[in-house]
Design a protein around this ligand. Sequence first.
Ligand SMILES: Cc1cc2nc3c(=O)[nH]c(=O)nc-3n(C[C@H](O)[C@H](O)[C@H](O)COP(=O)(O)O)c2cc1C
Length: 202
Amino acid sequence: MPQPLSAPATLDEVLAHGLAELRRGVADRRHGFRTVNVASIATDGGPDVRTMVLRAVDPVARTLRLHSDVRSGKIAQIDRDPRVMVHGYDARSRLQMRLRGHAVVDRAGALADAAWAASQPMARLCYAPDTVPGSPIPAAPLPPATEEAGARAHFAVILFRFDMLEWLWLAADGHRRARFMWDDGADAAASAAPAQAMWLAP
Ligand SMILES: Cc1cc2nc3c(=O)[nH]c(=O)nc-3n(C[C@H](O)[C@H](O)[C@H](O)COP(=O)(O)O)c2cc1C
């Protein structure tokens, strides 16, 4: 989808635009946000990042859903330190989004069960191998799995909830950058309305 003919004019419009583009990434395989870069904190305290398919966006709960093998490094990292950043760039609309927040891993709960039930047989096979992702193997590639047995136990949902969203829109008549922050106190209910919204120098 190309950029809108006129740039979002107000901060409310900017936020709505950013969230709509994220949702478009879930629905449109060719959209830049179909995959996002998910950064977490490695066990040695350094940064780590990887590409992941964006599975679902809930703009009211402010959550992104991602799928992973439970045995992968990112799961251990998130279990240890749930702070996560998600980055995406859609070249067609020249829009970069950076989201900061916290992630939780659901292995056997309703969220993981529902995502597993909705996933395609081909996708399920990715979780079948006994070989732990990231472990050394004698030679590549591993033969592809053909049986789903055992796969469900290796599958997890990562639910990422953002409390900061930064939108950067590149345009010939002037780049535009805006930041939105939500105040997630211990007992704060999810709120779609940000506590702070501001334009930033790009
Ligand atoms: C286009 C693309 C999409 C990917 N999607 C996912 C995904 O949805 N979930 C996932 O766990 N890994 C996905 N990967 C693989 C990850 O980038 C990463 O290599 C793998 O999950 C191991 O990461 P970790 O060791 O940091 O956990 C994808 C890779 C590419 C190139």
